[in-house]
Design a protein around this ligand. Sequence first.
Ligand code: ADP
Ligand code: MG
Length: 377
Amino acid sequence: MIEFESVTKRYPDGTVAVDTLSLTAPTGQLTVFVGPSGCGKTTSLRMINRMIDATSGSILLDGRNVSDVKPEQLRRGIGYVIQHAGLFPHRTVVDNVATVPYLLGHDRRQAKRRALELLERVGLDPAFAERYPAQLSGGQQQRVGVARALAADPPVMLMDEPFSAVDPVVREQLQDEFLRLQAELGKTIVFVTHDIDEAIKLGDQVAVLRVGGHLAQIAPPAELLSRPADAFVAGFVGRDRGYRALGFTEAGRLPLRDEPVVALGDPVRLAADRAQDDWVLVVDADRHPQGWLVPRPDLDETVLPESLNLGGTLASADGTLRQALDAALSSPSGRGVVVDADGRFAGTITATEVLARIEQRSAVARAEAVEAVGHRP
Ligand code: ADP
Ligand code: MG
């Protein structure tokens, strides 16, 4: 657990970067610091591992004041990941990662084996191990940076905009894989970003900072979206926060419609019979959705993977309303594909149907709110 107790940082030129910040980052959880540029995120993060010392107040790591611990010793238990990975340019990828285990006293071969394991864990192809950082893409370099920070198996990780410099598609992949990794590892993480979407996606709790290093609100993502503490937070989480909040609303039992499907390898004719000039859903032998097809009855062929339209995200039957709406809006047929827990086709739903469900939910929420106000003592 990391505790900030009235922590202030005033730089020598008088800039107050962090102002009486008090908050707790619980053990095994991912706490995000989010806020506009210059609001004191990096300064706050670096005070945890003493790259910067606080002017006043204290930071406790598992109950111990960090200022009582030697920086080298402190940092052994704290991994640190920064925006451009901060790799050694003249060392190979595997050596970049192996440096830490080697410094910790593993022999070279052991250190290398551990490094290769870690590279695999963060999703980097082992073929890249002997390359130099400059020969990797930005996203791949970030993976190496994460692997290196994990090399000492530190209980705490500090991450300063680690995914900000890569393109949005790669960023999403890195985020997804990082979430999977964290689900396994359960590190205590403080993650800095200026991107509210990233904060909401990754954080168990999110601390919104405003310029001057003031804490505006700290709360789990769903609460931040549904009950922003003030106008600043409301503005920062954005106009479309209602849509974002759907990401936390379980869809419940959706009114799914059954859909005639064809299997890969079936004759196109069969699909034509079923669809009558409309899109038809193609599944594999286990009923896992593969894509959509507009059958052309004149073709006497079989349904091949390369003739499918792969558009459309999948929603899971026990997922959220946002997922269901995404699936419907992104589907070429206008019918969102919903799958069961095993990924098998469960039915489809249209955007209109999801919106009706959202309406229904908001009506219930409004009624509950009115009720609550009515019963206030
Ligand atoms: P963020 O990471 O949120 O962008 P920083 O923590 O880097 O913010 O900076 C917070 C404030 O402190 C900014 O106004 C910045 O200009 C200032 N600052 C950062 N480092 C120094 C420094 N070494 N000396 C003086 N001011 C600094
Ligand atoms: Mg910063």
